[in-house]
Design a protein around this ligand. Structure first.
Ligand SMILES: Cc1cc2nc3c(=O)[nH]c(=O)nc-3n(C[C@H](O)[C@H](O)[C@H](O)COP(=O)(O)OP(=O)(O)OC[C@H]3O[C@@H](n4cnc5c(N)ncnc54)[C@H](O)[C@@H]3O)c2cc1C
Length: 516
C-alpha cells in the first residue's frame, strides 16, 4: 500500500493499515518528515467530554458550516470522532494533552463551540500529535521515505501498455515519484493508493500553512479524473501575526476562547457590531470579514488582539500560550502587556477530493484522507479543531474499508505498466523564473479569490491563471524534474480549480463570500 503524506492523516492511515497486517510505504516530499500543517496546529483536537454530547457537537459543526455539510459525514465525526481520540491517539499512540491542577484534561474553548471540548497540549498541540504519531509509526516498523515527491498517479487507462485496459473501469495502480536524492523517478506499484497530501494554503500570498500545501494531491486526483467538490470553500483564519519579519504565524483561536478581544487602533472592541451575540467567538468567516472590513474602513494595515487586558484562563498567559508568547517576544511584542497586531490569512481547505464515509474517491483503488479530501464534514466553513479529528477518523474508516474489500491487482497487469520516461534533453530552469510564477499565482489568489470575492476579480483571476498554466506546462515538459517544478505545475491547476469553482457558485455562503 502507498500512503502519500506524513501529517496526521497519512501517518494514521499507515498505522491502521499496518495493524491490519499490510505492508505500507509512506512518502513525504520533504526531507523533514514533520514539515506538515499538522505540526503547526496550535489549538487542539475535539476530545470526549462527559458534559458534552454528540448531538451538541453535531449541531455546532452544522451551524458553523452553514448547513452546507453532509449530514452523514457530520454524524460520523460527531458520534465516533471524539472517542477515537481517546482510544487511538491517547491510549495507543500516547499523545499527551495538557491537564489542570486536579489532573483532569484542560478542555479549551474555540469559536462557535457551545462548550469547552478541545484537548490541547499548551499551544503546540500539532507538534505533540505529529511527533507521537511518527514515533509510533517507527515503532511499528512502517517504511517512511523522505524527499520522495509523488508526481502522478498511475492508472490502467492512462498508463498500461495493454490496450484492453483502455476499455476497463479506471483503476489506480500506484504512482510515479521523484526520489530527490538520486534524481530518479521511481515507478511505485500498489494495490491501493491513499492521498494524504494536505491543503492548498501555500497558493495564497498570506497564509498560516506550511509550504507543503501546494495542492499536489488535489491536482493528481483531478488528472486521474476524480471528482473534486467545494473547491471555492477556502477558510481564512482571522488572526495571524502582522509583523515585518514573521510571516503567517497563527494566533490561535483559543486565545479568544480564553477571553482575548479584538480591538481597533483606538482600543475599542468591534465584534459586537458584526456578531452581537457571539462577538469575538463568532464563526471564522464572520470574524475574518469583520477584521477585513475594519482594516479597509480605517485605512490601517492591521487590527489588534488584546489578550493582556481580557485573559480569563487559569495559567499565566506565557505558560498557557508559550509558543505564541515566545514568537511575539522575538518580534518585540510582549503579549502579557500589549495587544498583538493581527491580519486574516488563508488557513484551511474545506473542499477537496470528493470522498465517501470511508475515504473512497470516485476512482477505484484511490482513497483520500485529511485536508486534501472533502468528506462534507465542514460544509461552507469549518468548526475549529475539527480537521485534526477528521484527519484521524477517516484514516481508520479507510483502512477498514480497504481491508474489508481487499482485492490484489494481478501481477500480469502490473507488468504492463512502463517505467517513467524523461524527455531526451532536459533544461535546468533558473529559480527566479519559478519564483516569479509563484509570486504571480499567490498574489492573484490573494487579491481575487480571497476573503471577499467579486465577479470581475474572479474572471480576471481565471484569465491570468490560464495564461500561467500554459507557460508553466510548456516549461514543465522540457524541464529537469525537481520538487519545485512539480509543485508549481500542481499549484497552478489547484488555483484554477478554486477560481473556477468560485465563479460557478453564484451564492455567497460561509467562506465563499461574494461582494457582488
Ligand atoms: C498554523 C495552523 C494551525 C492549525 N491549528 C489547528 C488546530 O488547532 N486544530 C485542528 O483541528 N486543525 C488545525 N489546523 C488544520 C490542521 O492542522 C490540518 O488540516 C491537518 O493537520 C492536515 O493534516 P493532513 O495530514 O491532511 O496534511 P499535512 O499535515 O499538511 O501533511 C501533508 C503531507 O503530505 C506530503 N505531501 C504533499 N504533497 C506531496 C507529494 N507530491 N509527494 C509526497 N508527499 C507530499 C507533505 O510532505 C506532508 O507530509 C491548523 C493548520 C495550521 C496551518
Amino acid at each position: 500500500m502507498i500512503v502519500i503524506g506524513t501529517g496526521i492523516a497519512g501517518l494514521s492511515t499507515a498505522i491502521f493499515l499496518k495493524k491490519k497486517g499490510y505492508d505500507v510505504v509512506v512518502l513525504s516530499k520533504e526531507e523533514e518528515l514533520q514539515e506538515t500543517n499538522t505540526y503547526y496546529a496550535q489549538g487542539g483536537i475535539i476530545g470526549p467530554r462527559p458534559e458534552d454530547s454528540s448531538q451538541q457537537l453535531k449541531e455546532d459543526i452544522l451551524e458553523a458550516g452553514y448547513h452546507y455539510n453532509s449530514i452523514e459525514a457530520v454524524n460520523q465525526i460527531a458520534y465516533e470522532g471524539p472517542q477515537l481520540v481517546k482510544d487511538f491517539l491517547i491510549d495507543k499512540v500516547g499523545v499527551k494533552f495538557s491537564c489542570n491542577e486536579a489532573g483532569e484534561f484542560d478542555y479549551t474553548g474555540e469559536a462557535a463551540h457551545s462548550i469547552k471540548r478541545v484537548l490541547h497540549y499548551k499551544d503546540t498541540s500539532g507538534e505533540q500529535i505529529e511527533n507521537s504519531l511518527l514515533a509510533y509509526a517507527r515503532k511499528l516498523d512502517i517504511k517512511i521515505l523522505s524527499s520522495y515527491v509523488s508526481i502522478d498517479i498511475i492508472t490502467n487507462n492512462h498508463h498500461s501498455r495493454d490496450t484492453r485496459e483502455l476499455y476497463k473501469e479506471r483503476e489506480v495502480m500506484g504512482i510515479y515519484a521523484l526520489d530527490e536524492e538520486s534524481g530518479e523517478v521511481k515507478k511505485m506499484l500498489s494495490h491501493y493508493t491513499v492521498l494524504a497530501t494536505g491543503g492548498i494554503g501555500a497558493l495564497y500570498k498570506h497564509t498560516t500553512n506550511s509550504e507543503v500545501s501546494t495542492g499536489d494531491g488535489l491536482t493528481m486526483a483531478y488528472r486521474t479524473g476524480a471528482d473534486i467538490i467545494n473547491a471555492e470553500m477556502v477558510q481564512f483564519h482571522p488572526t495571524a501575526l502582522f509583523h515585518k519579519d514573521i510571516k503567517g504565524f497563527l494566533i490561535s483561536e483559543s486565545v479568544r476562547g480564553e477571553g482575548a478581544r479584538l480591538i481597533d487602533h483606538d482600543g475599542s472592541t468591534f465584534m459586537e457590531k458584526y456578531a452581537p451575540e457571539q462577538k469575538d467567538l463568532a464563526p471564522r468567516d464572520v470574524v475574518a470579514r469583520a477584521i477585513y472590513s475594519e482594516i479597509n474602513s480605517s485605512g490601517k494595515d492591521y487590527m489588534l488582539l488584546d489578550v493582556a487586558s481580557y485573559y480569563e484562563g487559569e495559567k499565566d498567559i506565557n505558560k498557557r500560550f508559550s509558543r505564541i508568547y515566545e514568537t511575539c517576544k522575538e518580534g518585540g511584542i510582549d503579549i502579557t502587556k500589549e495587544p498583538i497586531p493581527i491580519v486574516p490569512v488563508a488557513h484551511y481547505f474545506c473542499g477537496g477530493i470528493k470522498v465517501d464515509l470511508f475515504g473512497k474517491t470516485s476512482i477505484k483503488r484511490l482513497f483520500a484522507v485529511g485536508e486534501t479530501s472533502c468528506t462534507g464534514v465542514h460544509g461552507a466553513n469549518r468548526l475549529a479543531s475539527c480537521s485534526l479529528l477528521e484527519g484521524v477518523l477517516w484514516p481508520q474508516k479507510a483502512a477498514e474499508e480497504i481491508d474489508k474489500n481487499f482485492k490484489p491487482i494481478e501481477k500480469n497487469r502490473f507488468a504492463e505498466i512502463p517505467e517513467w520516461k524523461s524527455p531526451k534533453e532536459t533544461e535546468k530552469f533558473d529559480n527566479i523564473l519559478l519564483q516569479q510564477d509563484w509570486e504571480s499565482i499567490k498574489l492573484t489568489m490573494w487579491n481575487y479569490a480571497g476573503i471577499v470575492r467579486t465577479r470581475h476579480g474572479l474572471k480576471r483571476a481565471n484569465a491570468d491563471l490560464n495564461y500561467y498554466t500554459n507557460r508553466i506546462f510548456d516549461f514543465y515538459n522540457s524541464a529537469e524534474l525537481r520538487k519545485n517544478i512539480i509543485e508549481l505545475r500542481n499549484g497552478v491547476v489547484a488555483a484554477s480549480a478554486i477560481v473556477r469553482a468560485a465563479m460557478h457558485n453564484k451564492k455567497s455562503i460561509g467562506c465563499h463570500y461574494l461582494a457582488e
